[in-house]
Ligand binder design. Structure first.
Ligand SMILES: [Zn+2]
Length: 308
């Protein structure tokens, strides 16, 4: 299957320009993606292929920041064998052999060596796989050799102390060579990492999963990561079967979506195959994507107006 498009979608958050880069497509089991939600309900929002897989994107976010480009998540990378690509129906090859992430960066005028900071929401292969790449000789190298890589300390520990249930998602070449090269900074909890860009712990998918909040000139955007991977996951109980602590995800989602709705945050949906950005509304029963009308966002009556 071909990768979702467009490759790049650009938005303004206050004075900061952000680019959602679609780093490729993959397909995951629809049942696993929607946890306890029965198939007759989820397949209306996400049609399944003959192997019961649904199509997903792997969106990353590049922030043009005065300290240098900041990249949030890195897609799946180029290191996995054909069998892996077949299993997950991966389509992420770039025009010049690396990946669509590098193509997207080039499209916005950024070279991998220009990136100053890489923030990983967590270290699963579809989020951190592009942290490193394999060259023609088979050597694993940092994709962003001049960047610091930022990860929650607990997530790095969790990724390097796996169990039978978690090991398949954590592939050491995506992060261990970076730690060994001294390129990783570990953060603990919530905090501003460069002016205007903050980590926001949203645990549940993994115990130390984080979202990233971008604030500038009174506007706020949030890169949700896997706390709410697609717009179909906006209703609170629509939680992935992959999550190791689904009831913790529920509370993380409740907190982040309430704030997003009250404060009019622009949300970034990492795995959505079509919708990169959106605002959230609550109709009294459930969260849903706010209706976009002529580029503006129409909020249901009784809700505060968003700034985005
Ligand atoms: Zn994911």
């Amino acid at each position: 299957m071909t990768a979702p498009t467009p490759l790049v979608e650009t938005r303004q958050v206050g004075r900061l320009t952000v680019h959602a880069i679609q780093a490729g497509g993959l397909a995951l089991d629809g049942g696993a993606m929607f946890g306890i939600v029965p198939k007759p309900l989820w397949e209306r929002r996400a049609p399944a292929d003959p192997r019961n897989r649904i199509r997903l994107g792997m969106r990353c976010l590049l922030v043009e920041h005065e300290d240098g480009p900041v990249l949030i998540d890195t897609g799946l990378g180029n290191k996995e064998p054909a069998k892996f690509h077949e299993l997950y129906d991966v389509d992420n090859a770039g025009a010049e052999g690396r990946t669509l992430l590098e193509d997207g960066l080039r499209a916005v005028g950024v070279r991998p060596e220009d990136v100053r900071l890489v923030i990983n929401t967590h270290l699963h292969f579809d989020h951190a796989g592009g942290n490193t790449w394999r060259d023609a000789a088979g050597t694993v190298r940092p994709t962003f050799p001049n960047a610091r890589y930022l990860v929650q300390r607990g997530e790095y520990h969790y990724a390097t102390h796996t169990t039978e249930r978690t090991a398949a998602s954590y592939l050491p070449p995506n992060f261990v060579p970076l730690m060994e090269a001294g390129l990783v900074d570990e953060v603990i909890g919530e905090g501003e990492v460069v002016p205007g860009i903050s980590t926001l712990p949203t645990p549940g998918h993994t115990p130390f999963h984080q979202s990233v909040v971008i604030r500038s000139a009174g506007e706020t955007a949030c890169f949700l990561g896997d706390v709410c991977p697609t717009t179909a996951h906006l209703p609170l109980p629509w939680i992935m079967g992959y999550d190791v602590e689904p009831l913790v995800t529920l509370e993380s989602k409740r907190r982040v979506l309430r704030r997003a709705q009250e404060e009019g945050w622009l949300l970034v949906f990492e795995h959505d195959p079509t919708t990169g950005f959106g605002h959230v509304a609550h109709d009294g029963k459930a969260y849903a994507l706010a209706e976009a009308v002529g580029g503006a966002v129409k909020h249901p009556v009784g809700q505060r107006q968003g700034s985005g």
